[in-house]
Design a protein around this ligand. Structure first.
Ligand SMILES: [Zn+2]
Length: 579
């Protein structure tokens, strides 16, 4: 049986995250993890903040904060939003706080170096004589050699989007003090991606290497990676920076150099697992996940991270060979990258006020409604967006009208007419057409989640609720109960028993998407609620008969509707924050 190691992209501890991030890499992973746990599968879901790199050192210096103080602030703030969304990490760490991270990163580096996958090269880099330091990436600003934009950065040009070789930047100045830098020779290390491509990456990616199976790549992932593999280059993996994982000290020229952030960040998944294992009291257990042929590794990411998770990190894992305790590492089984998620027609932009304030949002609305709406509008195949109107519709017309209403009318009717206990059914309606539709639709949810089709999964749940409402309406139990006919009375009991049995199933099917509402529905089902597991109900297997006389709980409102004025006020608030 496979065991599932699930990761979400390490958020950069350099600013707030927003709903767009949650929709891209966290909520889908959480639903996947919750579903597999309900199925009784072994799951480990790890994440943490990415706490190194130039963007962090530069911002911390500009704000006059120590690097650690700076990343600590964002580490906590970022976790706050994940908690609001009820993201169920098994372990949450960070690359500058995990005790295993530096050693694990250096061990990767040393093994790759020994095996000939890393080489060094001495070259000219910009150096500030006034600050007496090298100036990597964003510490430089100058004129783009491609488009002549005057505010290009040392690593890329925001105007033409081209990656820039810092040496080619024209008229560079230091972004810290405006001084003019000079070129000085310095040594750096490169990972030899073309060599790794030849020695296994290509065969793994295409599926030619059948010892390392993987799922079908999503089209958006495949398109990107195919293009990248046609023109792969060695990439520098070290930087002259005072913050990060020091290059192994035994190497000549290592002084003052750290591993480039994209080299050490994905190792954060491994070191976070080491930290988790240690906290469990089984320090060696991390290897049962990373070096176990039964492990199915899934990286949930946004599209901006495809290169690192499908090309660079797998190359690093492959390049280790069996040098790490005699065992090889698992490569990703799938990387279901999402496209971008916007807000009301524009990109999320926290500093410009174009975002949803977490305190305000979760003070008014439930995590369940937010999760459900994001899932129903995920950017799975193309960019998509959060709109307040869409949120209102998902909450009112779907959750409240379809699911909440079905639960409420069934439980209230049953409380009034059958004293809140399950009535005795003769089974005469078990094969009803509407119920067969419900079986098929509710039965499809699991396969959709397993295939990373979360929009289809929540749509199938709503279709199931539609079929159940139709069943209730078609048999009109409120009329049957008043009939003198014995057969009508029996049919009324059969209708209610089936509705209650499907309500119990809905509570389980709802659980990965809306965990709190699912739990409340379970409470409303009272003693009729089975154990918290996914179960094997499907098109071929209808929900089991509930025992007559079982006591139910009390009906409550599962989803509160949001009125038009509230939505208008939210839109005005959003637009006002920008104006
Ligand atoms: Zn440019």
């Amino acid at each position: 049986m496979p065991r599932h190691l699930i990761t979400s992209a390490l958020p950069y501890a350099n600013g707030p995250i927003h709903f767009g991030h949650v929709a891209g890499a966290y909520l889908p992973a959480d639903v996947y993890a919750r579903y597999l746990r309900l199925c009784g599968e072994e799951v480990l879901y790890v994440c943490g903040t990415d706490e190194h790199g130039v963007a962090i050192t530069l911002k911390a210096e500009q704000e006059g904060l120590g690097y650690r103080e700076y990343v600590d602030r964002w580490h906590d703030e970022i976790k706050g939003l994940f908690d609001r969304f009820q993201i169920s990490f098994d372990h949450w760490s960070g690359t500058a706080r995990c005790q295993h991270h530096a050693e694990a990163s250096r061990r990767f580096f040393r093994i790759l170096l020994e095996r000939g996958h890393i080489f060094d090269r001495t070259e000219d880099q910009w150096f500030s004589p006034t600050l007496e330091r090298f100036l990597p990436d964003r510490y430089l600003q100058g004129t783009c050699p491609n488009c002549s934009f005057e505010q290009a950065r040392g690593d890329e040009c925001p105007q033409c989007g081209n990656w820039i070789e810092a040496r080619e930047l024209k008229d560079p100045i230091c972004t810290l003090d405006g001084s003019t830098p000079e070129l000085r020779a310095t040594k750096h290390w490169y990972i030899d991606l073309p060599k790794l491509q030849e020695e296994g990456l290509q065969a793994w990616y295409t599926g030619e290497d059948d010892t390392r199976p993987h799922g079908p790549w999503k089209p958006n992932v495949d398109g990107y990676v195919q293009a990248m593999l046609r023109d792969l280059h060695a990439r520098p993996i070290t930087r002259d920076l005072p913050w990060g994982i020091p290059v192994p000290e035994e190497l000549e020229g290592a002084e003052g150099k750290v591993l480039y952030v994209w080299f050490d960040a994905p190792i954060g998944y491994v070191s976070a697992t080491m930290e988790w294992a240690e906290q469990q009291g089984t320090p060696e257990a991390w290897a049962d996940w990373w070096q176990n042929e039964d492990t199915r590794l899934t990286h949930f990411i946004g599209k901006d991270n495809i290169a690192f998770h499908v090309v660079v990190f797998p190359s690093m894992l492959l390049g280790l060979g069996q040098e790490w305790d005699g065992k090889r590492f698992q490569l990703p089984h799938n990387v279901p990258a999402n496209e971008f998620y916007n807000l009301q027609g524009r990109k999320f932009n926290t500093s410009a006020g174009w975002y949803l304030d977490n305190e305000h949002f979760f003070g008014q609305y439930s995590a369940d409604a937010a999760r459900f709406y994001l899932l129903s509008s995920l950017p799975e195949t193309s960019d998509s967006e959060f709109t307040w109107e869409g949120f209102q519709t998902a909450n009112n017309a779907l959750l409240a009208d379809k699911l909440g209403n079905f639960a409420s009318r069934v439980l209230k009717f049953n409380a009034k007419r059958f004293d809140g206990v399950v009535p005795e059914s003769d089974g005469s309606l078990d094969a009803d057409d509407a119920l067969q539709t419900a079986d098929a639709r509710l039965g499809a949810i699991g396969a959709h989640i397993a295939a990373f089709e979360f929009r289809k999964a929540v749509a199938a749940l709503m279709d199931g609720c539609d079929a159940l409402n139709q069943f209730f309406d078609a048999h009109a139990p409120w009329k049957l109960i008043k009939s003198e006919d014995v057969e009508d009375q029996a049919r009324c009991r059969a209708v209610l028993e089936r509705c209650l049995a499907y309500l119990e199933l809905i509570s389980r099917r709802l659980s990965p998407f809306c965990p709190t509402a699912a739990e409340r529905l379970a409470t409303m089902m009272g003693e009729a609620m089975g154990e918290a597991r996914w179960g094997d109900e499907s098109a071929a297997r209808r929900p089991a008969r509930l025992a007559a006389g079982t006591t139910l709980g009390e009906a409550e409102v599962l989803f509160t509707k949001i009125d038009d004025d509230t939505i208008a006020a939210e839109i005005a608030r959003l637009e006002g924050a920008v104006a």
